[in-house]
Design a protein around this ligand. Structure first.
Ligand SMILES: Cc1ncc(COP(=O)(O)O)c(C=O)c1O
Length: 407
């Protein structure tokens, strides 16, 4: 068929689409196969056995011995569940302006009738433990009921240091609940719900868990459960108590996303076959390779603090004279490769390379090649070849299937 436009784009693009946005991520065939199993009776014994197994196994991914609630929802629903189960109208919550997603969570809190107080940020750093400690130390009357932090800020690629924030809350001697959004870090960047003393961990299916969108998670501490008994924000669909009561027998209070739960069982098995530590090392290494490419191209990395670099994604700043969206659109058209856009105040200024989920060295090499060709074709002056730098790094730091081989 005759294509349209100067580039003569054909109706069909051969080869696989490269889905390199920072989630949803590429879903492996094994997970797709599990999701394609026949839909079963969600009130029957086969489902109860499946759900009981998955509700138990998912705890290993959050690194918790406490309940993990699974909603048929996107991550936004799991954000709402965390707030409405634990807070009452007018409660203060302390949040950190790490980027677009932290600000969306704040807007939600406002709409639900709690009072967010935001520690300002420049969208280039994670949440500052010292600033959180100082604000909590001032709050002698303990009017702040929760501290809410986004672990991996997907709009910037900056990771907040959750363990340090936990220590900061403890140093301030403050009883606030600690809630953490791990939507783009879970199963990609090390995370420990119990060890780090988190009260509610919010997760989603469509990133490190290698599933399509459609599941939201809350891992819940005993302290959060106790708070839910007196919390007065209205809730029905999101109510933890109803969920937990039904979950004890492997059921849900309403129709669960049963096919996605089949997929989740497979995804958890795959993560353990690889080994969670290997999964984290793979993501960290792909993040470093991508940054090496960025430096060789001469492009600035949005995350300004090397301690906070993300293994899930890298946001790159476009030189002033170029449109990040123009480059992304060109790369999609030419190479069938999707990259993440700049969100809200970073609109058209940055583009984001997702390197999370089911991802390998050659997939990264392909992605970076598409980016490099696209930048060149759009006339962006590059200092050198990012692809060459990344390949050099990848081959020097080869990972054997069961662990790092060294150089
Ligand atoms: C860190 C973070 N929080 C929250 C969300 C919102 O999740 P969802 O779009 O699944 O509702 C996203 C989505 O990308 C995210 O990356």
């Amino acid at each position: 068929m005759q294509g349209t436009g100067a580039m003569n784009v054909p109706a069909r693009q051969p080869g696989r689409h490269f889905l390199q946005i920072p989630g949803p991520t590429n879903v492996p065939d094994r997970v797709l196969g599990a999701i394609a199993l026949p839909t079963i009776d969600h009130r029957g014994p086969a489902f109860a056995a499946l759900a009981s197994e998955v509700l138990s196994q998912i705890r290993t991914i959050f690194k918790t011995g406490q309940p993990v609630i699974i909603y048929p929802s996107s991550g936004t629903g799991a954000w709402e569940a965390a707030l409405v189960n634990t807070l009452s109208p007018g409660d203060r919550v302390l949040m950190a302006e790490t980027g677009h997603f932290a600000m969306l969570w704040r807007e939600m809190a406002e709409r639900l009738g709690v009072q967010p107080e935001v520690i300002p940020g420049d969208w280039r750093h994670g949440a500052d433990p010292a600033a959180i400690e100082a604000r909590l130390a001032e709050d002698r009357g303990h009017s702040i009921k929760a501290v809410c932090v986004v672990h991996n800020e997907t709009s910037t690629g900056a990771v907040s240091r959750i363990e340090e924030i936990r220590r900061a809350i403890d140093r301030a001697g403050h009883p606030a609940l600690f809630m953490v959004d791990t939507i783009s870090s879970l199963a990609s960047i090390d995370y420990r719900h119990d060890e780090w003393g988190v009260d509610v961990t919010v997760g989603g299916s469509q990133k490190g868990l290698m599933l399509p969108p459609g599941l939201g998670f809350n891992a819940v501490s005993p302290k959060a459960l106790a708070a839910s008994e007196s919390a007065r924000l209205p809730r029905s669909f999101w109510d933890w108590q109803a969920m937990l009561a039904a979950n004890t027998k492997g059921f849900f209070p309403y129709t669960p996303a049963s096919n996605l739960i089949h997929g989740l069982r497979e995804a958890i098995a795959m993560l353990h076959e690889e080994g969670l530590d290997n999964v984290f090392a793979r993501h960290a290494r792909h993040g470093e390779a991508t940054r090496q490419a960025a430096r060789a191209w001469g492009l600035e990395i949005q995350c300004a603090d090397p301690r906070e670099y993300s293994g899930s994604l890298t946001a790159l700043v476009m030189p002033d004279s170029h449109s990040a969206d123009g480059v992304r659109a060109h790369i999609l058209r030419r190479f069938n490769l999707s990259l993440g856009n700049g969100l809200s105040k970073l609109n058209d200024r940055v583009f984001r390379i997702g390197h999370l989920g089911d991802f390998s060295d050659v997939m990264l090499a392909g992605t970076l090649s598409g980016v490099e060709m696209g930048l060149r074709e759009r006339g962006v002056a590059l200092a050198g070849s990012g692809v060459a730098a990344a390949l050099d790094y990848l081959s020097r730091t080869n990972l054997r299937p069961n662990g790092p081989a060294g150089s």
